[in-house]
Ligand binder design. Structure first.
Ligand code: PLZ
Length: 457
């Protein structure tokens, strides 16, 4: 057992240190170059609010492995549940000899997802795989084939989910042809839509495109991230999602909420859908569901879920028993430790601070998000023109100073803050101090040493 991690930021070597550099050399000659890394730093241990690297540097974690270790890395209940399960059995295949853990996870998701209607759940391995299955189920139920996804959407890297994902580079470019019958509708993006485009108008704009370019008679499903993840943590205007849900209901179209990134306590609710008062027909979960073990799910109305014929859904590893044990540990942790409230509190630490920075710095175009899913959209001074170079500069400076900070957005100009809910206020404040200092240092109005000079030093 490793020693408990000290909850502090500590840099013992430059970032990356010599051991990470050596491993990166080996990575370059062993791993396909298509698999990139955000930071050139190799992990040794992680928990609470920090990641310890192989050189002994302790980094503040504002990424949670892309919104996965929401309850913290190696969370005690997850570790115990996984250890116990691996000693009994690691796999039998649920389709061959089933086991209770899978059923328990299904029961928990049926209970936790929005709406008190009768529900069923099917388990898979990755977010993309679950999104694909949600589409299969919607097609089986409606006997229709078209799928609508939105501008800025991210749904995965498999063939169907690449088609559903909006951004070409790096996700799709050169990897076509893509699955047919996927159409794109305009999203509600309050920062870029302007004030007159309220949620209902934005919904009418989207529905108009759907009716004219696809037709409800051909449409199986509308798939949307209630708060977009990779696309830039875009929170739609009030009224947008409810109007889409009503339109889907009236037109026999399945409304699928992709809550892979926004779900499982991340936004201060079990599901981001709850903030908008919507009850999706199907909810797709993954990431935070199993505390870092690969597990995903589709949960929804029984009549829709059961439309797929017996044997029509599955996969060798879907709902692996170790991953299910981890999920039960993660769900128990969220409930017992009041982590929904903790996510709200983390938002209260981040948002006011970021709003203050925004008030003094016109390069911060927008600060948005809910709970522990917060974004800072960077633009060229006094414009709304995206500034991806600044986002890159800020993120890499943060990395060098021991803060794991991710970017996102169609334009690559959004900083996203996704701390684990196990981080302390003090560590989160320290990471925000680092971010504020970097923004001040990159501010050409301030007479200071620039980050570029530091980078070449
Ligand atoms: N749906 C909303 O955010 C995964 C992707 C990282 P998988 N997002 C992180 C990358 O560059 O590959 C995601 C998501 C939403 C689906 C997915 C896909 O989930 O578990 O990566 O397949």
């Amino acid at each position: 057992m490793p020693a408990p991690l000290e909850q502090r930021r500590a840099l013992l070597t430059p970032i990356p240190g010599p051991r990470s550099r050596e491993l990166m050399e080996r990575k370059l000659s062993a791993v396909a170059s298509g698999v990139g890394t955000t930071m050139p730093v190799f992990a040794a241990q992680a928990g609470g609010g920090v990641v310890l690297d192989v050189d002994g540097n302790s980094l503040i974690d504002l990424g949670s492995g892309i919104a996965v270790t929401t309850i913290g890395n190696s969370a005690p209940r997850v570790v115990a549940a996984v250890q116990e399960q691996v000693e009994y059995f690691t796999h039998t295949c649920f389709m061959i000899t089933p086991y209770a853990g899978y059923v328990q996870v299904a029961e928990a998701l049926n209970e936790l997802t929005p709406g008190d209607h009768d529900k069923r759940t099917a388990l898979f391995n990755s977010g993309a795989e679950a999104v694909e299955n949600a589409v299969k189920i919607a097609r089986a139920y409606t006997h229709k084939s078209a799928v609508v996804a939105f501008d800025h959407a991210y749904h995965g890297r498999t063939n169907l989910t690449m088609a559903m994902t909006a951004k070409s580079m790096p996700y799709k470019s050169g990897f076509g042809p893509f699955a047919p019958e996927v159409y794109r509708a305009p999203l509600s993006y309050p920062y870029r839509d302007g004030k007159e485009m309220d949620g209902e108008r934005a919904a009418r704009r989207a529905i108009d495109v759907i009716e004219k370019q696809v037709g409800a008679a051909n449409l199986a499903a509308v798939v949307i991230e209630p708060i977009q993840g990779e696309g830039g943590f875009i929170v739609p205007a009030d009224g947008f999602l409810p109007a889409l849900v009503s339109w889907c209901r009236a037109n026999n179209v399945v409304f699928i909420a992709d809550e892979v990134q926004s779900g499982i306590a991340r936004t201060g609710a079990w599901f981001a859908s709850e903030h908008f008062g919507i009850v999706p027909d199907l909810v797709v979960t993954a990431k935070g569901l199993a505390g870092g073990m690969p597990l995903s799910a589709v949960t929804g109305r029984t009549e829709i879920m059961d439309a797929a014929h017996g044997g029509g859904l599955g996969g060798t590893y879907g709902g692996n028993p170790v991953a299910c044990a981890a999920a039960l540990g993660a769900i128990e942790t969220i409930t017992d430790e009041g982590l929904l409230d903790r996510a709200v509190e983390l938002g209260r630490v981040m948002l006011p601070r970021l709003h203050r920075l925004q008030a003094e710095d016109s390069r911060i175009g927008d600060v948005r998000g809910l709970g522990a899913m917060i974004a800072v959209e960077l633009v060229h001074r006094d414009t709304t023109d995206p500034d991806p170079d600044l986002a890159r500069l800020v993120a890499s400076a943060a990395h060098r100073q021991g803060v794991i900070l991710l970017t996102c957005g169609t334009y690559g100009n959004v900083l996203r803050l996704l701390p684990p809910l196990s981080i302390s206020d003090a560590l989160l404040e320290e990471a925000l101090d680092v971010l504020a200092d970097i923004l001040a240092e990159t501010d050409e109005r301030q007479p200071q040493v620039s980050i570029d000079q530091e980078a070449t030093a």
